[in-house]
Design a protein around this ligand. Sequence first.
Ligand code: TYM
Length: 329
Amino acid sequence: MDIVLSGIRSTGNLHLGNYYGALRNFTRMQHENKCFFFIADYHSMTTHPDPKQLHGNVKNVLTEYLAAGIDPELSTIYVQSDVPEVCELYLLLNMHAYMGELAKTVSFKEKARKQPENVNAGLLTYPTLMAADILIHNADKVPVGKDQEQHLEMTRKFARRFNNLYGLEYFKEPVAYNFGQELIKIPGLDGSGKMGKSEGNCIYLGEDPKSIEKKVKRALTDEGPKEFNSEKPDYIENLFTILKVVSAEEVVKHYEELWNKCEIRYGDLKKQLAEDIIKVTSPIRERILDIQGDDAYLHKVTSEGAEKARESASKTVREVREIMGITKF
Ligand code: TYM
């Protein structure tokens, strides 16, 4: 049985991008593998969240994870900061992570550009913390969206480097869960790149259907194709990309054909798209409303999750310490 690890930062509510990037096929995923799902609250601290809000954010992500279908009977769900072993592995891995390679990471360069007043060491070493999350359970597979591809590649590099340095095959080299295919990138509805919390272009799993309809209606379109079989501009391609994940194959085919024949009516496309997004999100939204505020349940899930996660994590840290020569008197 493969070990799967999935992580989401506690910086806001879960959106369609998170759902299709990190939780995709989660029913099968949970039945076929030993799964760990965690909430990356340490990672969220690189942007200095308000201490009064941090716990609430963690609670939201936890609620939404559960509402999306993560089953604590099948999988281990935990909060990153409940597993302090991660910090020790992070520290040890940092000894073999180099300034040059960390500073070259796309996400670091982007963040440094966006928040020049706060280019902290946590941002620089973000990929080592992520590698520690993954390697602490010696995961085989990590479900991630396209934006995390480089971080996963760095995790493999750190694992390989560790193995080479100490002359053993200790860490596995984790691959993306859907290895072999392109990783998913759910675009935003604003015609820009990816759907993301900081981009403010998200459709949230817990979003009200009316609000979803409004957002889809507002998506950028134009006066329609002028030539048969023409290439779609990015903002139209984006709508089709979302359609492909939420709608049935024949629905996508139908709209592709209309596009190719220059008969597409964006109003219809948007109506269909909103309807199909709502079909996916509605049951999740209902479960969010059910779970929300059930603090006793959330406490039970996270304390049992932390215990299971620490079992696996402490074994790894014990072995890594030994390999690196840290011995007790
Ligand atoms: P985060 O919180 O930004 O996103 C969580 C997961 O959702 C995916 N995702 C997307 N996938 C497709 N299209 C999108 N528009 C989209 N937006 C987000 C992300 O790829 C990710 O899989 N660094 C991570 C959190 C993390 C982690 C880990 C993940 C920390 N440690 C260990 C996996 C393993 C992050 O910021 O994800």
